[in-house]
Design a protein around this ligand. Sequence first.
Ligand SMILES: Nc1ncnc2c1ncn2[C@@H]1O[C@H](COP(=O)(O)OP(=O)(O)OP(=O)(O)O)[C@@H](O)[C@H]1O
Ligand SMILES: [Mg+2]
Length: 284
Amino acid sequence: MKTPKRIQPLVDDGLIDEVISQLMSGKEATVYMVRSGNEIRCAKVYKEAIKRSFKKAAQYQEGRKSRNSRRSRAMEKGSSYGREQQEHAWQNAEVDALYKCANAGIRVPTPFGCFDGVLLMELITDSQGDVAPRLNDIELSAEQALADHATMMRSITKMLCVGIVHGDLSEFNVLLDENGPVIIDLPQAVDASANNNAKAMLARDVNNMTHYYAQFAPELKQTHYAKEMWSLYEKGKLFPETELTGEFIEDTTSADVVSILEEIQAAFDEEQERRERINEANEL
Ligand SMILES: Nc1ncnc2c1ncn2[C@@H]1O[C@H](COP(=O)(O)OP(=O)(O)OP(=O)(O)O)[C@@H](O)[C@H]1O
Ligand SMILES: [Mg+2]
């Protein structure tokens, strides 16, 4: 097909030899099948911020720090330089997350880099060599659903262990190839330790996936993987190989109200004494 304008710079630089076809155009990006030498790859061209309908950008960007202070100040102020930097940060967030995930042994498309707002990555295909289907397009047997759900919980655990929460995980952002589920679409991935919404986002990701697999294996509805994962993560006890049970016992030990009230009273008394000492000193 005719080379789209946004891909031309990558053709000029020899990163892409030919654009074969457009796979799809979504809210945030247009995805193409391309040829680089002998390899067929996937090119994701991000839409500009104005065209992107990204409702909760602030929620996702929280805790996403720029190492360069001039850049952070500009991003906060929202100047045109700031907007450009923010755009750059957004585009690089996905390729950064892909590299981190791939290095941690999580199944994602192998990234080849992000150039001029175009992410080049491995094209995920099925056993026939056709573009792999999304989970929402397929039916699974109960056994397959249980096995893939376990793989998915392991992938989410491994992600959390490298400090990432996907933030938009669902059957629309997981492809299925002959070896199982492959996670895609990570530009909104959040930093698990710096973002106050990380716990809620993790719960949503886990619950979306569990809900999907539970259509084929209803017993999954009784599981509580998100709570279990987060509780271990907070205590520094979550590791890539941690065996999760899906069970979670809420901490029901009630707070010791009496001793809390005593502490408040003690702090109050101390403050009173301090003020009295100051008054006495002033009167002298
Ligand atoms: N590496 C890949 N290999 C094969 N297909 C891919 C790959 N990356 C993306 N796709 C296809 O392109 C679609 C859109 O990709 P992606 O979800 O990353 O973009 P998006 O703009 O966020 O889309 P949406 O708004 O639909 O979530 C995917 O649903 C999938 O069908
Ligand atoms: Mg998507």
